[in-house]
Design a protein around this ligand. Structure first.
Ligand code: SF4
Length: 324
């Protein structure tokens, strides 16, 4: 899978077209390309190209109202959810059931998460993923672990009550699959995670590193050959690749270790620096501990657990068909 994101990839659409055409001999089964976009620059010719070459589209929104999207509305930028609805109205072939949504969850929208998901579902969307704000500056935008757990438990209850049904909440589904089966297929939830193994990131300047969530230059190299050599010889990259809940502190003594990924290494680096790659992000650790515990309890509830699991299984099957 190749995910183009930024910034805004549609700013460089000609370059993306060249790339797609150069690799079009690969079927979507071999190479599936997705654009992470706010759609503002999408027009009919671009959409026609995207559809002809079966490129996936994932849209960044933070909710169903302008208030929830306020962090994306800096300057004269319009509400991305309204923009999305207008594009669906105006462009031929842009359909809610062929788009994925990506919500960044922070203080500004954590308490309205379930309401937003219900609104997305009412509008016909079928897939949403969450990313949780990482701490690259002051803490004022990041939701607390308790707020995040409460919010995701509310979403889980809405699923168990069949209020959320046709909409796949992929992040939650992947966590449930990870807990039930010990693996989810989602690169972030393994331990070690995909960074430096099955994932690589190419930055706009050509630098190559293990993942776009690892923000330190210490893990990036100037070209492919240097990077590949670095995987075997660069101390930072080697420490990243060896990162595992079995030897991380405090994971090795944690009672929910079998269900956890030991937090994102990129977030751990944000908190502890590059030399702290073998540690965990304390905020994410508290969130994941709370979430996994709650999900374990819910999965054990008669009826409720089975309903949640069936929802997850069904959407994992659908995901294979739609590749969202
Ligand atoms: S909850 Fe925290 S300590 Fe426990 S396994 Fe996960 S990251 Fe490690």
């Amino acid at each position: 899978m190749l995910l183009c994101h930024g910034g805004e990839p549609l700013l460089e659409f000609e370059e993306i077209q060249d790339l797609v055409l150069a690799y079009k001999h690969f079927t979507p089964d071999r190479l599936f390309i997705t654009l992470q976009t706010n759609l503002s620059l999408l027009d009919q010719p671009k959409l026609d190209f995207i559809q002809e070459h079966r490129i996936g589209i994932c849209i960044s929104v933070d909710g169903h109202t302008s208030e929830l999207n306020k962090l994306r509305m800096t300057g004269a930028r319009s509400d991305p959810y309204q923009l999305l609805r207008n594009k669906i109205r105006d462009l031929q072939g842009l359909r809610t059931d062929r788009l994925g949504l990506l919500m960044t969850v922070g203080k500004h929208n954590v308490n309205e998460l379930t309401d937003s998901l219900l609104a997305f579902q009412d509008d016909g969307f079928i897939s949403v993923s969450f990313s949780f704000m990482q701490n690259s500056g002051s803490d004022e935008y990041r939701a607390s672990p308790e707020e995040l757990v409460a919010s995701l438990v509310s979403v889980t209850r809405a699923i168990a009550e069949k209020k959320i049904n046709s909409l796949a909440c992929m992040t939650l589904i992947q966590w449930v699959m990870r807990i039930v089966h010990g693996q989810s297929g989602f690169v972030c939830l393994g331990s070690p995670c995909g960074a430096g193994h099955s994932v690589a990131a190419v930055l706009a300047d050509g630098d190559i590193g293990p993942c776009d969530s690892v923000y330190s230059n210490d893990f990036f190299h100037g070209d492919v050959d240097q990077y590949l050599r670095g995987l075997e010889s660069d101390p930072h990259l080697m420490a990243l690749r060896e990162r595992n809940i079995r030897n991380l502190h405090p994971c090795s003594a944690c009672d929910i270790r079998p269900y956890c990924n030991g937090t994102c290494p990129g977030s751990a680096v944000l908190e502890h620096g590059s030399e702290g790659i073998q540690s965990v992000d304390s905020h994410q650790c508290a969130f994941q501990y709370g979430l996994i515990r709650e999900l374990l309890w819910i999965l054990c509830e008669p009826g409720t657990g089975l309903q949640l699991f069936r929802y997850c299984k069904r959407h994992m099957r659908e995901k294979k068909k739609h590749a969202y």
